[in-house]
Design a protein around this ligand. Structure first.
Ligand SMILES: *Cc1c(COP(=O)(O)O)cnc(C)c1O
Length: 361
């Protein structure tokens, strides 16, 4: 078996140990004579997995008791709609901070629900190369909430300190940097993240939401879109994506075994520093289009002298077992996603190839 160096942007690399456990447990889950996928979502076997996954998340992120942790479906994209549907009553307005393609999408979806305003944008034409400074935020002190995207998956930028929004609830799309390091959950009113970037397969979305906000959410919308519906039913209002939740459980268990989020952060910073170090050391050939202070530790974007060379670089890398390096279709260039499960050894293989490729010119 040869596993590739997987730099996919999402769905993306998962820890080998989490996959091997799924393989071992596939046909006979804990002596029950069937796989976890074949169990009822209301039976003991799945209940155990589900509650273990929730418990591991609470432990790893030190989530305070006054927050719900929910496993929902519909991806982060469904949260673009659910956040305003639940938290934006008529007569109020919400603030959006635009830092990339995904925050634009969240903003556009919220416009369909209610009144929204742009509190800041760092767009330069269609591109974004940085996140805003605190003094660039024009916040409405009466906003129902402020929405931000903590890591901009396409453009390769990331917030390294979170904005001060006063007493207005802060809502964050953390899809592409969820669990990359420890965070203070209490700074946020609601956090959401599609699992398929950093903590599992596609099909499940984690929502961490302050209980008072969930309780005060709108009730004049369909039940299936109310956070309260899922909070009242421990995310078991309808059939959840059981296999996806099972795999998230496996990933979280591996994360804990590795030493938790402090160790994960150390590894992520080391990977990013090795790669950005190589780009900067060969600045006559590779060019990082992102402002230094906004560089993402999760999605590293860089350009080569020509698009021709970029194509050649990506194709040759693929032949050497490095996959997922093509930039998003909106941005072009090379994008290296360094999510939690990508090992430093893969980054070293890539950097060696970058050196060799640049030498050839
Ligand atoms: C991938 C991504 C999304 C979209 O996720 P889906 O699960 O496909 O809906 C939203 N926001 C960010 C920051 C992402 O990286």
């Amino acid at each position: 078996m040869t596993r590739v160096h997987n730099f996919n942007a999402g769905p993306a690399a998962l820890p080998l140990a989490a996959l091997e456990r799924a393989q071992r447990e596939m046909l006979d889950f804990e002596g029950t004579g069937m796989s976890i996928i074949e169990h009822s979502h209301r039976g003991k076997a799945f209940e155990g997995v589900h509650n273990e996954a929730l418990g591991l998340l609470r432990e790893l992120l030190a989530i305070p008791d006054d927050y719900h942790v929910l496993f929902l479906q519909g991806g982060a994209s469904q949260q673009f709609a659910m956040v305003p549907m639940n938290l934006l009553p008529q007569g109020r307005s919400a603030d959006y901070v635009l830092t990339g393609n995904w925050s634009e999408k969240a903003y556009e979806e919220a416009q369909r629900v209610g009144t929204v305003r742009v509190a800041a944008t760092t767009a330069e034409g269609k591109r974004y190369t940085r996140v805003p400074r605190q003094d660039e935020l024009q916040l409405d002190p009466n906003a129902a909430y402020v929405h931000m995207t903590t890591n901009n998956t396409l453009f390769g930028t990331q917030w390294h300190s979170y904005p001060d929004v006063g007493s207005v609830p802060l809502v964050a799309d953390m899809s592409s940097d969820f669990l990359w390091r420890p965070i203070d959950v209490s700074k946020f009113a609601l956090i959401y993240a599609g699992a398929q970037k950093n903590i599992g397969p596609s099909g499940v979305t984690v929502v961490i939401a302050r209980k008072d906000l969930v309780a005060g959410g709108r009730k004049d919308i369909p039940k299936i879109f109310q956070y309260a519906t899922f909070a009242e039913n421990n995310s078991l209002y309808n059939t959840p994506p059981t296999f996806a939740i099972y795999l998230v459980r496996n990933v979280l268990a591996v994360t804990k075994e590795l030493g938790g989020l402090a160790e994960i952060e150390r590894r992520n910073r080391e990977k990013a520093s090795v790669l950005y170090g190589a780009i900067d050391a060969m600045a006559d050939f590779y060019r990082a289009p992102v402002s230094k202070e906004s560089r993402s530790t999760m999605n590293v974007v860089f350009r080569l002298p020509t698009e021709e060379l970029e194509k050649q670089f990506i194709a040759e890398a693929a032949k050497k077992g490095m996959v997922g390096l093509a930039g998003h279709r909106l941005t072009g260039g090379v994008r290296v996603s360094l999510y939690n499960a990508v090992p430093l050894s893969s980054v070293q293989v890539l950097v060696d190839f970058m050196k060799e490729f640049a030498k050839r010119g």
